[in-house]
Design a protein around this ligand. Structure first.
Ligand code: TRP
Length: 377
């Protein structure tokens, strides 16, 4: 494919020293940039290649769908080429027991497909099946300093969580995983990465690595693009304990849940004592969360849904949201059941095709990289 260098490079303030990673580039700037990008994508989807993915730690939940999965499907349907990595090597960054990976990978794949990811147009693959991607980690590690990795706020936060959970220090793989993620993105010359704000520091490391590689080994003609973050439009989805929805917190509504489980989840969801429903994300996060979810599935805005509810109370709001989610997820859940019933062979074939495609691309990239580095003998 043609490698499109991000126009971002030309808008970086010229006062910034070239070798200083702009790790502090703000989320606000990324959001602004996202609006510009959306416009460019709509006009020229063929210029973009998306790379993003998930750790296979369990079936996907409502937070995944609203936060990123629906956005990926939207991009695919706009005509953007989408690569999805099932990041199995990332599962062992912070735990000893990766669980039953074949089962988990299958569940994630089912969720992707059920959500509308089309394996004819998009490529799904696993980390571990693409050796050349992993080998890119070696030259990439030489392009960053330990101090830069130590400054990464997301790694810091994850390290603290790992320390609390397992009472031990961080693994070398956790420390270096932003560099591994650069390999995930750059092996296929991905130039668009739809992520949450928490992943922005990682993307900054990817951009730094691309820039330094180009400066050091491909000065005449840049080899890697400096990918852009595409900030997901929706806000954080909360679990039934009022904290951010996450598999590891055990507070999630899985996409594959039954209608009864869905209703039970929303019965447990937190609310407040005020009968009048208003959309005030700062002051009433629990109510705002229900309004956001309900609005998403009924194609309206949280404000409009709040007006509609008026003084009906939180019980009524929960009933309305449950109904919207059950209805909204019905087609996805039906597709998921159908795919699961079709048996494991079909899914294995989809993954095998994705892995073969990723390998062909990764082999070529690694060969180019070795050539540029003077390591072709
Ligand atoms: N770290 C991401 C997560 O935990 C998953 C991931 C792996 C990823 N490689 C990536 C995301 C590359 C974006 C780009 O969800």
């Amino acid at each position: 494919m043609s490698v499109t260098t991000s126009p971002e490079a030309t808008t970086t303030p010229s006062s910034a020293p070239r070798e200083t990673p702009s790790i502090t580039r703000s989320a606000a700037a990324a959001r602004e940039r996202t609006a510009v990008l959306e416009d460019l994508i709509a006009r020229n989807p063929g210029e973009y290649r998306v790379l993003t993915g998930d750790r296979p730690t369990g079936a996907l939940h409502l937070g995944h769908l609203l936060g990123t999965v629906a956005n990926r499907v939207r991009l695919q349907d706009l005509g953007v080429e989408v690569f999805l990595i099932v990041a199995d090597y990332q599962v062992i960054t912070d735990r000893d027991d990766a669980g039953d990976l074949p089962v988990t990978v299958r569940e994630v794949l089912l969720d992707y497909l059920a959500a509308g990811l089309d394996p004819e147009r998009s490529t799904v693959f696993t980390h571990s099946a693409v050796p050349a991607l992993n080998q890119l980690l070696l030259p990439f590690l030489s392009l960053v300093t330990v101090a830069e990795l130590e400054r990464n706020p997301t790694v810091k936060a994850e390290a603290e969580a790992a320390l609390l959970r397992q009472k031990r220090g961080i693994s070398g793989l956790l420390f270096t995983y932003p560099v591994h993620q650069a390999a995930d993105i750059l092996f296929c010359h991905g130039n668009l990465v739809p992520v949450g704000v928490d992943q922005l520091p990682h993307l900054e490391i990817t951009r730094t690595i691309a820039r330094r590689f180009n400066q050091r080994y491909a000065a005449a003609q840049p080899y890697f693009p400096e990918p852009d973050a595409l900030i997901a439009p929706s806000t954080t989805v909360l679990g039934d304990d009022g904290r951010r929805m996450s598999k590891s917190r055990g507070n999630a509504l899985e996409l594959r849940a039954s209608e009864d489980e869905t209703a039970a989840f929303f019965r447990r969801a937190r609310t407040d004592a005020d009968r009048v429903i208003t959309y005030e994300p700062e002051r009433r996060p629990d109510i705002a969360n229900l309004l956001q979810i309900g609005a998403y599935f009924s194609g309206t805005t949280p404000e409009a849904l709040a007006d509609e509810m008026g003084a009906a109370g939180a019980g009524r709001l929960k009933a309305v949201v449950t109904e919207a989610v059950v209805e909204g997820l019905r087609p996805l859940r039906a597709r998921r059941r159908e795919l699961a019933a079709a048996g494991p062979r079909h899914l294995a074939e989809i993954l095998a095709r994705g892995n073969a495609r990723a390998n062909a691309i990764a082999d070529r990239t690694l060969d180019d990289v070795r050539g540029l580095m003077g390591m072709r003998y």
